[in-house]
Design a protein around this ligand. Structure first.
Ligand code: IMP
Length: 203
């Protein structure tokens, strides 16, 4: 990284989700990383474990791109629905959507939920997948609020916030609390530490 003796590694963030890309961009730019976003579809295996899904996707992405590559998988886990939609969040968002989740939550007082993120980085130098996770606790709002963000953002209120949903926050604000920001910050710190040891041609 430039702040550490001018060294850097270029990596690719693989996602078709513009919201995710923007969140990563805000964090990785702050660290001075050299990266690009590749809007490539990766197959998602069925698993109850986000880490397994992310691991599988990053290996696929590397097999195509042959560069250091990062893939993230996330999900919304609602306590009163026994963790649903969890690893099925993408499918549930496309089918039931926000309205469907609110319908399932109608009259439910216990609205605790959390977002989880699993970020997988494949490094050709170590020839391994490095995994970083993040979580944010919160609750499901009674009604959607806000036009910002993506996915379930308009119905998720982070517990550490001021009562606004993620949908009412700018990227910078969401990145103060979010599951993705937490896994991305862990990755960024890890990479910053490692970069001093990385030899050319990754210099
Ligand atoms: P993915 O598989 O990581 O793309 O995420 C699965 C689904 O979870 C997405 O389609 C979104 O509906 C939802 N999701 C993941 N992360 C977030 C987030 O940060 N905000 C809102 N919804 C999210």
């Amino acid at each position: 990284m430039s702040r550490k003796g001018g060294r850097s590694i270029r990596f690719v963030v693989v996602t078709t989700n513009k919201g995710k890309a923007e969140e990563f961009r805000e964090i990785f730019t702050r660290y001075g990383f050299k990266f690009r976003v590749e809007p490539m579809e990766t197959p998602e295996i069925q698993s109850m474990d986000l880490r397994e899904i992310a691991r599988n996707s990053v290996l696929y992405a590397y097999s195509v791109l042959r560069e250091p590559v990062l893939v993230e998988d996330a999900g919304l886990f609602i306590d009163s629905l026994k963790g649903f939609p969890g690893p099925f969040s993408s499918y549930v968002f496309k089918t039931l959507g926000i309205r469907g989740i609110l319908k399932l939550m109608e009259g439910v007082k216990e609205r605790r939920a959390r977002f989880k993120s699993a970020l997988a980085f494949y490094c050709p130098i170590t020839d391994s997948v490095h995994m970083f996770t993040g979580e944010v606790e919160g609750w499901i709002a009674e009604k959607p609020r806000g036009e910002k963000g993506f996915g379930f953002d308009p119905i998720f209120v982070p517990a550490e916030g001021d009562g606004r949903t993620f949908g009412e926050m700018d990227v910078e604000e969401k990145n103060e609390f979010s599951h993705r920001a937490r896994s991305a910050e862990k990755f960024a710190k890890w990479l910053s530490e490692r970069l001093v040891e990385i030899p050319p041609p990754y210099e």
